[in-house]
Design a protein around this ligand. Structure first.
Ligand code: ADP
Ligand code: MG
Length: 319
């Protein structure tokens, strides 16, 4: 049972980056306007995410790290097809507590006194403490008890770099929040509430931000770079579906490039940040535990909307 538990937890948390993604998504689900991420040792020593969101009430906090305990499913029998929150499985905190030592301090704004949960393996303790409103989650000593898992981890520098990219993607897709990422005590990324262009400035610098155009058409919102700011690589094409950054299917990248029509030399890709709203029943985020892959029921339709929105943005701003 012990081994089975660790294997199941490993499906959700196989590296520090998974912990960051899950904790950040919890903070977003909690309605936070300020999210601060801290790493030590590439996240293997410590991942901490602090938010000023809704907190967890004292009367339900003992469930937070219990497997399959989630506060997010609507009492609708088909609720899993209609999720609007990023989380809904109730496995992330549980998995983090299997893979490492979980510490959580939380207080809803209206509650007097905060709760502290410490969880590791089967052991959970809950106590009272004091804290500002919101939630701070720490995961320490990830995989310390799992030498085989530890051996397959990337170096701390590599992991920190990939986590920086991940947090950057959240900043790009949620530019209206305060964000901060600290790596081994040094600020890597800070962002104050702004629009998409401001987020591009925080993540890629002012030069890139000065060269983007707004895309604002129906369910497609964000920015694309002007054609002259193009590169022969696609690592700056970012898409989200209903607030969750996704690993874009090639069809979506192609749709953006087609939106530029002949303005874009062959083989180069623009920078873009595009947030897509899709009716919850038209996408299924449940494809992979890491959830970065989403199945869009109507990919051709969504692609057409992306292509038209990009073309409209370019037409609106003659070059
Ligand atoms: P899920 O997000 O799938 O519900 P998690 O294991 O990630 O499952 O979290 C379990 C529960 O703990 C959530 O349903 C939520 O009620 C609560 N929770 C976790 N993180 C936060 C947070 N940062 N702020 C408020 N509540 C949280
Ligand atoms: Mg979650």
């Amino acid at each position: 049972a012990h081994v089975a538990r660790l294997i199941a937890a490993g499906e959700v948390v196989s590296r520090p980056l998974d912990v960051v993604r899950e904790l950040v998504e919890n903070a977003l689900d909690a309605g936070a306007t300020r999210i601060e991420v801290e790493l030590a040792g590439g996240g293997l020593k410590l991942v901490q995410v602090r938010d000023n969101g809704c907190g967890i009430p004292a009367d339900s906090v003992q469930l937070a790290a219990v497997r399959h305990a989630t506060s997010k499913l609507q009492p609708d029998i088909r609720a899993v097809d209609h999720v609007t929150t990023l989380g809904f499985r109730g496995e992330a905190l549980w998995a983090a507590a299997q893979a490492g030592e979980l510490g959580l301090v939380t207080r809803p704004a209206a509650q007097v006194g905060a709760s502290e949960v410490l969880a590791h393996g089967e052991h959970i303790t809950v106590s009272r403490t004091s804290a500002p409103a919101g939630t701070t989650v720490q995961v320490r000593h990830l995989f310390a008890g799992l030498p085989a898992r530890l051996r397959t981890q990337a170096s701390p520098n590599t992991e920190a770099r990939e986590i920086t990219t991940l947090v950057g993607r959240y900043v790009l897709h949620h530019p209206g929040l305060h964000w901060k990422l600290t790596v081994d005590g040094e600020a890597r990324l800070t962002h104050a509430p702004a629009d998409h262009r401001g987020a591009v400035a925080s993540v890629y610098g002012a030069l890139s931000a000065n060269r983007v155009l707004n895309v604002h058409q129906g369910s497609v919102r964000g920015v694309v770079s002007r054609p002259e700011l193009t590169r022969a690589r696609r690592d700056r094409m970012h898409f989200s579906v209903n607030g969750r950054p996704i690993q874009a299917p090639p069809e979506l990248e192609k749709a953006v490039i087609e939106g530029f029509a002949e303005l874009l030399p062959v083989g180069v890709a623009p920078l873009c940040v595009l947030d897509l709203s899709v009716a919850p029943e038209d996408h299924n985020p449940n494809v992979h535990p890491a959830k970065q892959v989403v199945a869009l029921a109507d990919l051709p339709g969504v692609s057409a909307r992306v292509r038209e929105a990009v073309a409209a943005a370019l037409a609106e701003h003659p070059l």
